[in-house]
Design a protein around this ligand. Structure first.
Ligand code: NAP
Length: 248
């Protein structure tokens, strides 16, 4: 049965790899992005080349109106039965004592409020897919930071991902009786542009090389866990959190 999936922040990094992995399974993908239309377009092309269908959907996940419009766009494409709540940001490394409220607000608005609004819209729609006998699943992007705390780097970001862990537990209990599975994936140090976006591209190898597996991970390695959780093969898995961290 083809799966109709929305991937927030699907244009680059882990979201892009996830969209392409969905395409390779013949699934239909909504590729959400906020700024970089060229990246979203390239990802949609890659999804189609892999064997799936794709549509790019612009929208800021921290803005309710944008999220409503994004889900309405997905509704036009048939019943939604997968949502990957992936869009997220980090900010420049510093101790909490130096952080401005503006910075913390931006991180929490995107990573927490954005995820909660998207999860709410998914919770409204996905039970119908389950009732129709289809696989119905939400996957949220947490981070190893949620259990490590990220001292002197980004305790705000780490806390925002702690909220994702808690949302995963609570929502899995709300939606389990409606046949909707809710899980999270907790990446470690993964080779995407998020590290450069906070001004520290060297962080990738500096920390990645210290993991038990001795290297950073790839977006594709995270995508495999996400796509498995979305798939009917994970039919008895809910309320869990899969670490993809190279053992860190
Ligand atoms: P990335 O390469 O920086 O890509 C971020 C994606 O999110 C882009 O598609 C971006 O679109 C989109 N985005 C950002 N803010 C948005 C917003 N407000 N509304 C809609 N889209 C937005 O990031 P990534 O490394 O793939 O990270 C993906 C997720 O994994 C995040 O939740 C991150 O916290 C988590 N994670 C990553 C790592 C890692 O090491 N990479 C580790 C742990 C967890 P535009 O380009 O259009 O802005």
């Amino acid at each position: 049965m083809p799966i109709n999936v929305l991937v927030t922040g699907g244009s680059r990094g882990i979201g892009r790899a996830t969209a392409i992995a969905c395409g390779a399974r013949g699934w239909s993908v909504g590729v959400n992005y906020m700024n970089d239309a060229a990246a979203a377009e390239a990802t949609c092309e890659a999804v189609k080349k892999a064997g799936g269908e794709a549509v790019m959907i612009k929208g800021d996940v921290s803005k309710e109106d944008d999220v409503l419009a994004m889900f309405e766009e997905m509704d036009k494409r048939g019943p939604l039965n997968g949502v990957v709540i992936n869009a997220g940001i980090n900010a420049t490394s510093m101790p909490l004592a130096d952080m401005s409220v503006e910075r913390m607000r931006k991180v929490f608005d995107t990573n927490v409020l954005g995820a909660y609004i998207c999860a709410r819209e998914a919770a409204i729609r996905l039970p119908a897919a389950s009732t129709a006998g289809q696989s119905s699943s939400i996957v949220l992007l947490s981070s190893a930071a949620a259990r490590l705390g990220s001292p002197n780097e980004c305790v705000d970001y780490a806390g925002s991902k702690g909220a994702i862990d808690t949302l995963t537990i609570g929502l899995s209990k709300e939606l389990g009786p409606k046949g909707v599975r809710v899980n999270a994936v907790r990446p470690g140090i993964i080779d995407t542009e998020i590290h450069a976006s906070v001004g520290d591209p060297a962080r990738l190898d500096r920390i990645g090389n210290q993991t038990p597996l001795g290297r950073p991970g790839s977006a594709e390695e995270v995508a495999e866990a996400i796509v498995w959780l979305l798939s009917p093969q994970a039919s008895y898995v809910t309320g869990t959190n899969i670490d993809v961290t190279g053992g860190r």
